[in-house]
Design a protein around this ligand. Structure first.
Ligand SMILES: Nc1nc2c(ncn2[C@@H]2O[C@H](COP(=O)(O)OP(=O)(O)OP(=O)(O)O)[C@@H](O)[C@H]2O)c(=O)[nH]1
Ligand SMILES: [Mg+2]
Length: 368
């Protein structure tokens, strides 16, 4: 049997040999689509081999999990000790074998789990060390903090490693929606002017991926890579910030130059050792995670406005219940809502009701 690598090689060769003109254009498009699928398959196999594929069991705790990634000695441990409660190391058992060190940051009522992931250095995606398992932990995070120091400012090396592991930072997934049909072939519609790929090639790639009947609607000026990633469905998208540590060692001018050099990255200059910039860092992490506060009001009494329930943006009543008690969804009868998401105060709603920031919620449960 011809191996995947050989198939890839042979298509690459054919593309090389074929001159591009009107007569060959369509054939070339098909070849490129096939090549993309085979490469994706090879990549998926690579990620799956070596244990990473089954997904590493991450004991998540708190309202969100943030991965801290950086080269050795940039100050990850110092930062973790500076902003997290080292005593509450829930889930440590899962992580120790991977060298991942968790801590919990308490900020504005939220508990944010921060994972120091020292194993994530160059070569992780190719399985160096226990890189693939660490990458699967990173994929399960809600946000990534890339940490550099003032003298070692190579952000790209970190980003590339994560990119190869299927993580996309600070970008939205492309707006591509496929609606399957039983017959009638494939229709591709675009609401924008496509400059990087043509409709014909999109259709070819879709067919190559087994999308034979239905309508594909594209609302972004997508690239071939974005289309393929979307069809493969194996990318994870999350927010990210770049922490520049050890600013105590340089002057303000130096930091300004760094900002220019790393334009395009949201920079957070800190000194983990001195504690400079940590308050801003905590706020930025909190904001990037897009939490909402929901105030619980026991039936017949006042809402507890001092201690909100922290849930993710766009959470439903059901998701809020899951955050309170694992049994509550099962015992749910109905809920009442006051505040931004309520049509009128005290509106009766179900599990699928979408919550808004600073809603007040009363939950009525069945007796046990
Ligand atoms: N000047 C200065 N030194 C710092 C700062 N933060 C950390 N360091 C020093 O940098 C060295 C490395 O810090 P660590 O926190 O151990 O770095 P790390 O990223 O956890 O390193 P690994 O665990 O080896 O990957 C230590 O000597 C720290 O004292 C800082 O803000 N300023
Ligand atoms: Mg360390």
């Amino acid at each position: 049997m011809v191996s995947l690598e050989e198939q890839i090689k042979s298509i690459e060769d054919e593309i090389q040999r074929t001159p591009y003109n009107k007569a060959t254009q369509h054939h070339l498009g098909k070849l490129k689509a096939r090549l993309a699928r085979l490469r994706e398959e090879a990549e998926t196999r690579r990620l799956k081999s070596g244990g990473g594929g089954r997904g590493y069991a991450v004991r998540k705790t708190g309202n969100a999990t943030v991965g801290l990634v950086g080269l050795p000695s940039v100050g990850k441990s110092t930062l973790l000790n500076g902003i997290t409660d080292a005593a509450s190391r829930v889930g440590e058992y899962d992580f120790t074998t991977l060298g991942v060190i968790p801590g919990v940051l308490h900020h504005r009522g939220a508990k944010i789990q921060i994972l120091d992931m020292p194993g994530l250095i160059q070569g992780a995606a190719r399985g160096r060390g226990r890189g693939r398992e660490v990458l699967s932990v990173a994929r399960a995070c809600d946000m990534i903090l890339l940490m550099i120091d003032v003298f070692e400012t190579n952000v790209e090396v970190l980003v590339e490693e994560l990119r190869q592991g299927g993580l996309r930072l600070n970008v939205q997934p492309p707006d591509i929606v496929f609606t399957r049909a039983r017959r009638g072939g494939l229709t591709v519609n675009s609401t924008v002017h496509l400059t990087k790929i043509d409709i014909e090639t999109i259709a070819d790639i879709c067919r190559e991926w087994g999308y034979l009947n239905g309508t594909l609607v594209v609302r972004d000026d997508i690239t071939e890579d974005q289309l393929i990633a979307s069809l493969a469905g194996n990318r994870v998208y999350m927010p990210s910030r770049v922490i520049v540590n050890k600013i105590d060692l340089v002057g303000e001018e130096y930091v300004r130059e760094l900002r220019t050099k790393l334009a395009g990255w949201p920079l957070l200059p800190i000194s983990a050792m001195r504690g400079t910039g940590l308050a801003q860092l905590k706020d930025d992490v909190y904001n990037a995670l897009r939490f909402m506060r929901v105030y619980l009001k026991p039936q017949g009494s006042e809402a507890d406005l001092s201690e909100p329930l922290i849930v993710k943006e766009a959470s439903t009543v059901g998701m809020a219940l899951d955050a309170i008690h694992r049994d509550w969804r099962r015992r749910f009868r109905y809920a009442k809502i006051w505040g931004p998401s309520a049509v009128f105060p005290g509106q009766r709603v179900g599990l699928d009701h979408g919550l808004r920031d600073s809603d007040v919620l009363t939950v009525v449960l069945r007796k046990r």
